[in-house]
Design a protein around this ligand. Sequence first.
Ligand SMILES: *Cc1c(COP(=O)(O)O)cnc(C)c1O
Length: 378
Amino acid sequence: MRKKTALIHGGRAFDEATGALSLPIVQASTFRQRSIGDFEYEYARTGNPTREGVELLIAELEQGDRGFAFASGMAAITAVMDLFEAGDHLLLSEDVYGGTYRLMTQILSRHQIGVSFVDTTNKEEVESAIQESTKAIFIETPTNPLLKITSLPTIAEIAKKANLLLIVDNTFSTPYFQNPIEHGADIVVHSATKYLGGHSDVVAGLVVTKGRALGERLHYIQNATGGVLAPHDSWLLIRGMKTLGVRMEEIERSAQKIAQYLHHHERVEKVYYPGFSTHPGHLTHQAQASGYGGMISFVVKGEEEAKAVVENVRYFTLAESLGAVESLISVPAKMTHASIPKERRHEIGIADGLVRLSVGLEDVEDLLEDLAHALQFA
Ligand SMILES: *Cc1c(COP(=O)(O)O)cnc(C)c1O
């Protein structure tokens, strides 16, 4: 089954009991047992048929063995982090999502889980950061917001040799363009709030595991800690995911045009877009993904100019988040990455004049005119 087909017919494509092509929202917390222990579902934290629909679907799309749905991307990442214990150490991509950075440095540090942030595009740096207590490598590729590319097979090989788990946050590429498990990852996480849901109407997170043992541990954690996705949100997510393929293809076509336009604009100092052959990770990305996605970052002169751009667009909506049908625009230093200290932000290259775009499904000509207008004020 090819991907666009799997999005429609994968997982649990229809309801066995009624034939309904849209899975019923089973708004139930508990289930009748025929006799003690004789049941399909027991209690909805442990398992719910609608949630199971999305869990089966994401496992199939990511070519993993089991899928788990959570109430947010951060709940999904937190559940994965519950695999570790005091004294363990993890390596993370240095420009990891701001919320993940905060979770590691403000919450998990209190539980004595150590963390080092490294440039995972640099093999030697990753290898030399591995300690006796290191248990996992957690990466994003492309990263947020600089769209740096890490080689999945390279990091998978390092992880395997050192007996570490490789965890990949695949939110930016989506399973439509990239399947990290195929390249050696053990666990994939998603903020399904973004492209998978795709319509700015649901907050959700997903985890996919490879192998039986990890799947059982993750299910134990999901049930024990309880951050599960609600039935109605599970249904919204399935509904969104059905069109992921057509959305990603259209978004990508528009993103290519917009990136080119920005590249030639005199007020734009730099454009970050992995689809450019001059992007340092271009070939690496091409080898592990089938598309470049809809995220573009660019630099204007400074904070004031970035502010002027985002305040003068009409179709790009100034908002946190990404991956929606609506094109979104943000200033990472002031918004998504505000929780990272300024010195650290500059160290990792997040300039004050950096503007991030999430290209949506509007007519690309309108989006180009919108940027042309707003950039006059930069
Ligand atoms: C948004 C995001 C998250 C967090 O997901 P929520 O659904 O907002 O909790 C994690 N990783 C990446 C890459 C994200 O963009």
